[in-house]
Design a protein around this ligand. Structure first.
Ligand SMILES: [Zn+2]
Length: 462
């Protein structure tokens, strides 16, 4: 709230009082002037946030470290090059999620404070969407700045990424300094590119006039690239690449696509597997940046880094706490989406009878194809995958659903509709380990069956 807004708000409150008189508005003791409020605001700001930058701001930050520590917020920083790590209590709990040792999303934004610091969000997916694992503020987006910030997380003393200390893979957009710094800090992890940003970069290249690609050929060349990106198998991806090269009439395009293909393991789906859990983009990070700018900062730049830190520990923490709790209490659109998704798959899996499924080994099943009963798909419940085109990237498919219906065995990537899912998110949101799973059970537990709860009337379908 700015000074003008605060003055107006104060006058509104005065007018609501029973003994209000018009003279009150002209009385400086009751209704202070703009200059007075500005003076108070400046005094408050210097006391709580220090100066905008420089040594004074660093001194204020050091002064407030004890306060953050009392609130159980991990705050670490380096002065040169400046980097600040924030891990709030909710973020610390998010590191205990199993998914945080699997896939992690990174993205940075700037223009959030007067000094244009860079803010990097580190996120992991969960049943209710994605939750932040840490926020790192750096001066600039250089390799050195990122490395300094990431090292703060690596050495902060927390059992990061599910206790393993690094995630299996991280997904980013094509920001080279950030990627190099991540690889330098967590060399054990794999790196994947967000396919949305990869396609966007190819499209920009095609539309760049210095590459001299005729306008009517650009969509055709884009299609060639997408054929490589979405190829099901390595063989098909290589075949599509060779076709694209052989049919190319433009040497620059040939060179560009060859250079891109050199790094194919990072973006081509044929080189991805169930570890991805169906996540091929960095969209969660994009949403988090929007939440930070819209909800936390109300589209206004923060005064300085300490203000960003305070907002992260209060407004952002409350936002995620509330949002996760709405999921735990079944009040979030994600609950409904998961139920509709499962309901749809249950209907799709109806074509299989129990005697058609072969239980080949522990956690392994062979399920016939719907279109061609002679063809079959291998389901592995432990890995949460299937050999079909959807299940092989770790998404829940109708073949895994068929196993659930007939054998009551849940795959590792079962849609988050169970009381256990809501209980886990409830504990993540509140930090209350005494929360009992019974609270999240349906009213009639003895008749409870997930397959029955997902049936939604036709008129309520989206
Ligand atoms: Zn499948």
């Amino acid at each position: 709230m700015g000074i003008s807004e605060a003055l107006k708000y104060h006058e509104d409150i005065l007018e609501l009082k029973d003994n209000f008189s018009l003279e009150d508005l002209a009385n400086g003791a009751i209704n202070p002037t703009y200059r007075t409020v500005q003076y108070w605001h400046d005094e408050w700001r210097i006391k709580n946030l220090g100066p905008r930058s420089g040594i004074g701001m660093i001194e204020k930050l050091k002064e407030k470290l004890n306060i953050y520590s009392e609130q159980n917020v991990i705050v670490k920083f380096v002065e040169d090059p400046f980097a600040l790590l924030i891990v709030t209590p909710l973020m610390q709990r998010a590191h205990e999620l199993k998914s945080s040792s699997g896939i992690v999303f990174f993205d940075s934004t700037s223009a959030c404070d007067a000094e244009n610091h860079s803010i990097t969000f580190i996120l992991t997916p969960c049943a209710a969407g994605a939750v932040p694992l840490a926020i790192i503020i750096t001066k600039g987006q250089s390799f050195l700045a990122y490395s300094t910030g990431f090292n703060l997380l690596r050495e902060c003393g927390l059992k990061c990424f599910g206790g393993i200390a690094w995630p299996k893979m991280f997904v980013t957009d094509n920001a080279q300094a950030e990627i190099n710094a991540i690889k330098n800090t967590w060399p054990e992890s794999d790196h994947l590119l967000c396919i949305f940003h990869v396609c966007q970069a190819v499209w920009r290249w095609l539309w760049d006039s210095k590459n001299n690609i005729p306008q009517n050929k650009r969509p055709i060349l884009m299609k060639h690239f997408q054929n490589i990106l979405y190829a099901d198998t390595v063989k098909l991806a290589e075949y599509n690449f060779n076709s694209a090269i052989n049919s190319s009439e433009y040497p620059k395009w040939t060179k560009y696509i060859t250079d891109q293909f050199d790094g194919r393991q990072k973006w081509c789906l044929a080189w991805r597997n169930e570890s991805n859990r169906g996540h091929h983009t960095n969209n969660y990070s994009e949403i988090t940046v929007r939440i930070f700018k819209d909800t936390v900062l109300s589209r206004v730049k923060a005064y300085n880094v300490i203000a960003l830190l305070d907002f992260t520990c209060t407004v952002l923490e409350e936002h995620y706490g509330r949002r996760l709790m709405t999921f735990a209490n079944c009040r979030n659109p994600k609950n409904r989406e998961a139920r509709i998704f499962l309901d749809t798959l249950i209907k799709k899996a109806n074509y299989v009878k129990k005697n058609q499924i072969i239980h080949s080994a522990q956690n392994n099943y062979i399920v016939p194809s719907e279109k061609n009963p002679l063809s079959t798909y291998d389901v592995n419940l432990e890995a949460g995958c299937c050999s079909c085109s959807i299940g092989k990237y770790g998404k829940f498919c109708k073949h895994q659903c068929a196993v659930y219906i007939h054998y009551d065995e849940m795959s590792n990537n079962f849609p988050p509709v169970t009381p256990q899912d809501r209980h886990e998110i409830g504990m993540l949101a509140s930090g209350d380990k005494s929360l009992k799973i019974d609270f999240f059970q349906p009213f009639y537990v003895e008749n409870y069956n997930i397959a029955q709860t997902v049936v939604i009337p036709d008129d309520e379908r989206i």
